[in-house]
Design a protein around this ligand. Structure first.
Ligand code: FE
Length: 194
C-alpha cells in the first residue's frame, strides 16, 4: 500500500475523519525530511526563537484551553507539547497565550474570538484546541504565542505549519518554529528561560 493510502486507511480504521485541509498539509509533511529535534533535549536546549508579536495582540485574553466556539467554521486542530527550561526541565504553571486568524484569515480585534491563555500542568504540558488559521495577505499560516515561565521574561513567537506553500514566501517563517503535524494533531515544545 502506498504510504498516503495506508495512512488514510489507518485514520479511517481508527474512526477518525480524514480532513481535507489538514490531510493535504500532512501529506506534504510526510514527504519532508525529518525535522531536527526541537529542542535537543535531553541535555540542554536554546530558547525558542523570538518573533514579532505583529499588530493583532490583545492583552487580557480569556483563560481557556479550547478556543472553539459554537458555530465556528474551519478545520479543528489540537496542539500539544511541553514548556521546557534550557536545561530541559519541564516548567509547570507556565503561561501560554495564543491568538490567531480565523479560517478566512481575519483576526477578531473587537472581542476575543480565537484568543486565550492557559497554564502548563505539573509536568509542563499544554493542550490547545482550536481551528487551523486561514492565511492572509503577506503571511503563511501561523499561530501567535506568548510563553512565560512563572515570574520570568515573556517569550513572544509564532508557530508554523509544515508543508505550506506560503512558508518559502514568508520572510518571518522559521523552520525551527514548525510544528510536527500528524493525524490532525500538532506538537511543539517551547524552551524558555526559567
Ligand atoms: Fe498573524
Amino acid at each position: 500500500m502506498r504510504e498516503a493510502s495506508r495512512r488514510d486507511f489507518l485514520l479511517a480504521a481508527a474512526g477518525l475523519p480524514v480532513l481535507a485541509a489538514s490531510s493535504r498539509v500532512m501529506e506534504a509533511a510526510a514527504q519532508a525530511p525529518p525535522l531536527r529535534p526541537t529542542p535537543s533535549c535531553p541535555g540542554s536546549a536554546s530558547p525558542t526563537e523570538r518573533q514579532t508579536e505583529g499588530p493583532y495582540f490583545k492583552p487580557d485574553s480569556p483563560l481557556r484551553a479550547s478556543l472553539l466556539e459554537p458555530g465556528m467554521t474551519g478545520t479543528k486542530i489540537v496542539v500539544t507539547g511541553m514548556v521546557l527550561s534550557t536545561t530541559c526541565q519541564p516548567v509547570a504553571r507556565a503561561l501560554l497565550d495564543v491568538w490567531h486568524a480565523d479560517d478566512r484569515g481575519a483576526y477578531d480585534t473587537s472581542g476575543f474570538r480565537l484568543r486565550g491563555h492557559q497554564f502548563t500542568d505539573d509536568q509542563g504540558r499544554y493542550r490547545l484546541e482550536t481551528i487551523v488559521p486561514g492565511i492572509y495577505v503577506g503571511r503563511t499560516r501561523h499561530f501567535h504565542v506568548k510563553v512565560q515561565a512563572p515570574g520570568k521574561r515573556v517569550l513572544t513567537t509564532q508557530l508554523y505549519f509544515p508543508g505550506e506553500a506560503g512558508n518559502a514566501r514568508d520572510g518571518l517563517y522559521e523552520r525551527s518554529l514548525e510544528m510536527r503535524l500528524a493525524k490532525g494533531e500538532g506538537t511543539f515544545d517551547f524552551v524558555v528561560e526559567a
